[in-house]
Design a binder for this molecule. Sequence first.
Ligand SMILES: [Zn+2]
Length: 453
Amino acid sequence: MAKSSARGSAASPRCVESRAIWDGTGAPPFPGRITIEAGRIIAIERFSAAEGEHLPPTLVTPGLANAHLHLDLTTERPTDRLEGPFTDWLAGVVDHRRREGREGLETAAARGIAASLAAGVTLLIDDDWRGCSNAPLAASPIRRAILREVIAPALDAEEEETLRAFLAAPHREGQELRSLFPHAPYTVTPGALDSLLALRPDAKTPWSMHVAESAWERELLVEGTGPGAEFLRGFGIDPAPFRLGRTAVEELAARGLLGDHVLLVHGNHLTEGEIALIAEHGGTVVYCPRSHAYFGHPPHPLPALLEAGVPVALGTDGAISAGGLSILEEMRAAHRAHPQVPVEALWHAATTVPRRALGGALGKGTIGGGGGAGGVGTGGGGGPAARGVAPRNRRCGDARHPRPGLPGAMGPRGGGLSGGRDLRGRNRGGAGGKREKMERLMGFEPTTFSLGS
Ligand SMILES: [Zn+2]
């Protein structure tokens, strides 16, 4: 990993040239050249279509971001579809963690980081189970928000102390962000949620929670009954304190806890009214398409969320339910499930939206704008899909092809891009052409490059 770090040769400017640079600003992809010096982008040049024709048929993008995963659950998925009830599955995860123990879960987390980097993911937001991802992440170049998961009907003093120490532990600014992940409204009582959120350094520190994942969540929170109540009783937990008389989103909105810094994971069963509340009060919904399909949930309200102006990010959830940690695969799955959604919204969901939800603390997810090159995504090592297709990346004015040095680049899947001309031609084609082109680009495989900064 990161063998191709450009650190150490930072004095020599490097150029990345590609037939398609998608910079995340909303502009269509363009042929051009990015010049990087000392870890910062110092120039972005646009070429004409004719000039771009000789360039490698690649897509250069900001590094992909995974807005929700459980690194410690990077383990093989036993089946392609869930068999049995969701509550049994949840209980199975509890068992799995017990069986694996800390060592097994740390090994899984390291596997998850490597898989993420290989898939072009340069930023991830981990739902951190008991610190199992912390050491492997510290040894990795990936940018990360580590959100410590808390499952607590009530918070005791010892757990509070552990959480304070986790939040206060030294970590590199711009590379790592630490906060909390109150697991779900059916495992964290409103009182515990208040205590938890008060531990954050300030009221705008991002935090995340699984919300509206299953149909039974509503019944439990509103009525105090149903499979969710039975599930809790199975763990010896009284469901009564979880009965709010309203849903999680209604509760968060009423208590002033929603905001742009809140990541609501899943939202599979959000109603129109709840979507309107999120649009009004703020919040980013994280859609995990392949896990969604694994659990057989009804269609995700992605189109309604976008229609209402709610930012939507993409996540994988654990590999144990998604079957892998590729955000590009999530984009493809989202596109298959919602072909009417503009593909550019999916690109934003995979690059700019998660970073915006983190307040830009780990970069913006756009190429350019005066930010450091590291701000548009650093990754490690070429992925297995490099297959000889890479953006022309070299010392400026140097014909050799030494070290890669940019965010992420994607080469065509399955070899052979039939479409230098297609790419160029469709680029001219207005909104429809742009959409078609962005779809084609989703057929690419990522190769990530390290900046070493
Ligand atoms: Zn999750």
